[in-house]
Every structure is written in structure tokens, then in C-alpha cells.
Design a protein around this ligand. Sequence first.
Ligand code: C2O
Ligand code: CU
Length: 486
Amino acid sequence: MTRYALLLVVVGCSGDPDPAGKKPPGADSGDPPTTTTQPSDTADTHEPTITWEQPAFAEPPVAADLDADDGVLHVSLTPAPNTFDIVDWQTRLIIPVEGHSYEGSHPAPTLRANVGDVVRVDVQNDLDDPTTIHWHGLAVPFEMDGVTWMRDPIYPGDRFTYEFAVQKPGTYWYHPHFDTAAQVDRGLYGALVVADPDDPPVDRELVLLLDDWREDQSIPVDADHVHGAHGAEGVWTVNGLVRPVLNVTAGERIRLRLINTSNQGYLWLGGGAAPLTVVGRDQGLLPSIESVDRELLAPGDRVDLLWTPGTDAAAPALEDWPYSLHGGAAMGDAVPLLDVVVDGDDPAATTTDWPETVRPPTPDTVAPAFTYTFQGSAHTDDWMINGERFPDITVQQLAEGETVVFEVRNLSATEHPFHLHGLHMELLARDGVAPAQYSDVDTVNLGLYETLRLRTTADNLGAWMAHCHILPHGDGGMMTVLEVVE
Ligand code: C2O
Ligand code: CU
């Protein structure tokens, strides 16, 4: 495993923000700079010292449960302005982020609930702007969905309590749904894990929030929505850390819950010398394990991977391959998202006891009830569904309880992650080709000029947003409403 030679440089970082001073003194010279110690007793002082050491992998904190009762997860999530730094120890670049955080923490706390729990979240809006929280991937009652279609946002200084039951195990996440592209980009997102006591046991479970950052965060978020081959902004982080190093023990079995929280960047994941072992996606565990060379993780997507490191197996790796939103594989080398060091000398854990069932996709034989056609152009920055820009849209209605097949088509020259609130969907076919097994999703990438066939059951009353999860596209109008009525 490659370990970077660690050049340890400790510099004093003044509490005075220095807009031109991304690189601290001494960063470009071989000489160790003079170390100054800065007292951290002023309110605006952050990170008194920077070390150019590869950071150790760390998970987001777990939100404290304010309720002693089993069956209730009661937490507080206060969004507020927060200044933090993204430190690229490889290039010695510091990206100062005039960001937002929940509970003063970037990354935000992970909400860990058990299936069947009631989740209660007290929000006190300490931002200068209205906000909401949306529970991405969870079917919650409409008034708890955090949208502003027929609902008010939480105004600055106001409070709101979200409350809903979590019925389906899986890897979900939360983020605002007001000025969404900008608020998510500033760091407002966290993981919501719904654990199932019947899930196959693992030795360790890790949450990985993946986000990307522009070198200059002062550029308005909407102004450069497609930047680079991935639509990514430049520097990817894992839980706010650039390429951290994770120590694992040979013989242990690790479940990783990955969430692409970037407001527009795609990840095309690879596993280095070994394929990726995919055990879950958006809506929980897959019927059977899938072993893949690459896994596309579009904004909003989740994937659960299984790692079984051992001396008889290739060391686990997580890398990002160049991917173009204008047609897939692109030129270039994979970039490591983290480094893994395997300690010990046991053989790899086996996956033979992982429960697997055969569940083929539902046959794609029903005529679609309606079609969403995604249109638009990066040149004009004009994004629409069926020729309409949100909020000037036609609401598509479904009767409670009905099951329909619908189509999502892409007539634009860029890919879009299609996301539906409140309901979940089975992917029946992609350009006429069925997936290898049953596939239950809330976010599904719509490839270039592709047509998706999706099947949903209208089992949750409400006016559900359906939109592109490249958030500047969604905010720009690529959003519509699918309403379930009595
Ligand atoms: Cu993750 Cu409508 O959003
Ligand atoms: Cu889009």
C-alpha cells in the first residue's frame, strides 16, 4: 500500500481570514517555516495549526439521542453559519469554506435509528436564510418532507420539529430543500442510517459522506455547474477529509455506507486490484451481492460495499475514475479517495454466509402511464421536464394504491440523476434492458439520451417532488410534482 512520505509542517494560522493566503507561509519552500502558536481564545479563530500530514479516516459524529426511550430517536439539528477548512495535504492547498453546518459540526452528525423507530428532530434555524430538512430516500408523511411546495420553510430564528417513523432499513441522508444547491454546497448534509437487527453481522460499519469542493469557494455555486470531466468541482473529500488513511484488520468484515452528497459531482468508483462487492444501494440490501468493476454514484446516490480484507486478498481500495456527463468513460487515471492499510495476517473474511435470494426484476410489459422528458442545455443553463420549468409545472396525479409504470427520457446532452420523493421505484429497464436483479431505487442516473422504465406504487399521500439531483439543475427548473391523491 502506498504511503505518502509524510512531510510534517506545522504553521501558525492566524484567525484573520486572508483571502489570498490559501497557502500558508513556507508551503512552497523546502524550509520548515517558523512555528507560531496562536491562542485560540477568539471566537473567529479556527484551526490554530495545520499539519500537512495525511489525515486518519474519521466518521461523522453520531447524533446524541435526547430520549431515553427505546424506539424513539430524538435529536437536535441546528443549522448555522460555520467556517471550516478543507485541507488538501497532497497539494498543500487550504480551501476556506464560508459554510453552514448542523450542530456546529462538519460533517454533520449521523442519525442512527433502528427499523420501526420514531425519529424526532428539533430544528432551530440559526441561518440568515430560510431552510428546511428533507429526508432523502425515506417515505415520510408529506408535511415532514421538507419541501416548500404548499408548505412554508423554517424562517430564520424559527423552530420546527420533524417527526416520522422509519420503516425500511437502508442508507439515507438529510439535506435542506430550500435554495438547495447553495445550502448543500455549503455543507448542510448528514447521514441517516436505518439499521435492521436482522442484517447480516459485520465487524465494523463505516459511514462515508463524499463531497467535492471548488478551489475558490467564492465563485457562486450556479456559475460553473459543469466543471471538469465529472461535473465535479475539484477536490473530493471523505467525511470532510482529503484522501484519509484507514487502518483495517486482516480477517474483519466491514460494511461501508457511501453517500454522494455533492450537489453536482459524479463519482465512478473502482476498487483498485479487486472488484467492488456491492451489497446495498438506495433502498437497502440487494437480493444478491453484485461484484462490479465500477459503480456509478451520481449525486444523491448511495451504495453499501462489503470489504473483507486479508492476506490472501487484494487490499481494499476506493478510487474515482474519470467520468464524463456527456457519455461515460473519460480519459485519465483513477484518483484515490482514501488509502487503506491492512494490519495483521489473517485470511480475508468470507462472504459465503451473506444471505442471498434470487429476485428477478418485474417484467417490463405494461404500457407507461406517463413520461418525464428531461430537456435543457448547459449553454443556456435552461433545464426543464416536459418543456416546463418548476414551479410552472403540470402536476401528474396518481390514485392512492395504484401501481404504474412510467418513463423518464433524456433529450439533453448531459446525464441527470432522477430523484423521486415520498415513494420508491423499481427500475424495470434502461433503454429496454432489464437490470440483473430486482432494483429498488429513489435516485437513478439517466444516461445520455437514455430512456428509463420505472414502476411505482402510490402508497404515500402527498405532492412529491421529482427532480434532477444535479442540484443547480433542480433549482434551475428541472423539477416537477407527482401527486398521490385519495
Ligand atoms: Cu435529495 Cu429533492 O432531494
Ligand atoms: Cu440535471
